[in-house]
Design a protein around this ligand. Structure first.
Ligand code: FAD
Length: 449
């Protein structure tokens, strides 16, 4: 009898799992693999900040799913509901497409995460984010717009506020975004004769007392010192209270283990652009599902299966997978997502072919972050490397990780062009912030079709 495996999510976890399944079941004609994702491409997020700074062209960091998952049936659609009792997944319809139900025997959930605003409405309404391709393009347009407006602004206070860019969060995404914005502003300013280096301000706000938690103290200190040396203002132990589009209200972060400070030193920064990268949380589809979650992430066993629903695997950012070597959850990274994808695919193959399943035992191969022009940090094979050598390693490793040769070459050409030519400062008014998609519930229409 045919076995149907359905994978939800076309990010690092979903695509890696589908590709592994295609390879495991190459000679199994009675296994059907399907993949559903909202976008028809895999977004290579480690290079997203470089799209925001215009170093890499937008389409070069996205890989069409159909070109890398050739055997699976691909559905471009948004998951509306997962019914693990009926073993069915419902997809939304829109004006253009029909809402459908997909039935499965085995399910892999890899729906990833979304920006976490921690309930701060003012920030959610007014801040820029760095999670999707649209976010990167919108932010690039915003930076160019601010330069254009500041160039002709005669009010020094307003001019300063236009040229102040505040990044909230000093994790991977925040530090890389701050470094890229600074590089872009310094390169672009030569086209704006009334803007000097001193007018430009990039600020990083972080609630913790360190940058890049997860890296060694030495690399974190190197990053902080390097960014400060390059002119980035780093404010640690600082929390955002609100942002109204012109002013960000901040206060000292309170250590929950200590008694709350009566007056947490409230103050403000004038800025027109706040970029929020302070955390991610699993997507709403997961939060609204029937799976047991902990801080939004689905709890799975060591085989990555949901204990209450055998045959349902949850991997990537939306899964709470415990690292057996530390006893703590794996952090939400692409590397961990791909390792979990490999285990889930192996276990599905083992289940269907009557073999023994394997437990997750992934050990991190290391981590890297770009922190600005020709500078990076890397922790590989127990070694801490920083500076130009780490930057070369970053570029080599991540270039090799892009799954299609043509995209790899395009990125390489973009990087080469960036060494030779000025940044492009054309502002393309094609994509606006928050284009709502009019999702329709077309269940009734389904009956008519
Ligand atoms: C700017 C930035 C830089 C980063 N840099 C690094 C790095 O250098 N190294 C590293 O290891 N990690 C990095 N990360 C983290 C990494 O991107 C994530 O951990 C990784 O993408 C998680 O993979 P995933 O498949 O679980 O989720 P995602 O990649 O988020 O994929 C989820 C997929 O599900 C789809 N989806 C979501 N909801 C629905 C729905 N309802 N219906 C249909 N489809 C849906 C999404 O469109 C997406 O395709 C970075 C992240 C960002 C934002």
């Amino acid at each position: 009898m045919t076995k149907r495996i359905l994978v939800l999510g076309g990010g690092f976890a979903g695509v890696a799992c589908t590709r592994k399944l295609e390879s495991h079941f190459k000679h199994f004609s009675e296994v059907e693999i399907s993949l559903v994702s909202e976008d028809n491409f895999l977004l290579f997020t480690p290079m997203l900040p470089q799209v925001a700074s215009g170093t890499i062209e937008t389409r070069h960091i996205v890989i069409p799913i159909r070109t890398i998952c050739k055997k699976a049936t691909f559905y471009e659609g948004r998951v509306k509901n997962i019914d693990p009792y009926g073993k069915r997944v419902a997809l939304y319809g829109t004006n253009e497409k029909r809402g459908i139900n997909l039935e499965y025997d085995y399910l892999v959930v890899a729906l990833g995460s979304q920006t976490n605003f921690f309930g701060n409405q003012s920030v959610e309404s007014n801040a820029y984010t760095m999670k999707t391709l649209n976010d990167a393009v919108v932010l690039r347009n915003r930076i160019i717009d601010m330069l254009e407006q500041a160039e002709n602004e005669r009010d020094p206070i307003l001019k300063q506020s236009l040229l102040t860019f505040v990044v909230v969060g000093a994790g991977f995404a925040g530090i890389e975004t701050a470094g890229e914005i600074l590089d872009f502003l310094h390169d672009a300013k030569k086209h704006y004769p009334h803007i000097s280096e001193n007018d430009i301000k990039v600020v990083v706000l972080e609630a913790l007392s360190i940058v890049l938690p997860g890296f060694s103290e030495r690399l974190a200190r190197f990053t902080r010192d390097k960014l400060i040396q390059r002119g980035v203002d780093i404010m640690l132990n600082t929390m955002v209270v609100s942002f109204d589009g012109s002013e960000v209200l901040i206060k000292d972060a309170v250590d929950p283990t200590r008694t709350a400070v009566k007056d947490p030193n409230m103050r403000s920064l004038q800025t027109k652009t706040l970029i929020w990268t302070a955390g991610v949380t699993p997507v709403d589809t997961i939060k609204n599902s029937m799976f047991k979650t902990d801080r939004g992430r689905v709890m799975v066993n060591e085989y990555l299966e949901v204990p209450d629903f055998p045959g349902v695997y949850v991997i990537g950012d939306c899964s709470l997978t415990i690292d057996p070597s530390t006893g703590k959850p794996y952090p939400p990274t692409a590397q961990n997502a791909e390792a979990e994808a490999k285990t889930a695919a192996y276990n599905l193959h083992a289940t269907i072919s009557g073999k023994t399943k394997s437990k997750i035992d992934h050990v991190s191969k290391g981590q890297m972050a770009i922190i600005g022009k020709r500078t990076a940090i890397a922790h590989i094979g127990g070694m801490n490397i920083h500076g130009f050598v780490a930057w070369c390693i970053w570029r080599t490793v991540y270039l090799r990780k892009i799954p299609k040769l043509n995209k790899r070459l395009r990125v390489l050409l973009d990087w080469t062009a960036d060494l030779l030519f000025d940044r492009d400062i054309s502002r393309l008014k094609i994509i606006r912030k928050d284009q709502p998609i009019d999702y329709k519930e077309l269940d009734e229409v389904d009956d008519v079709w």
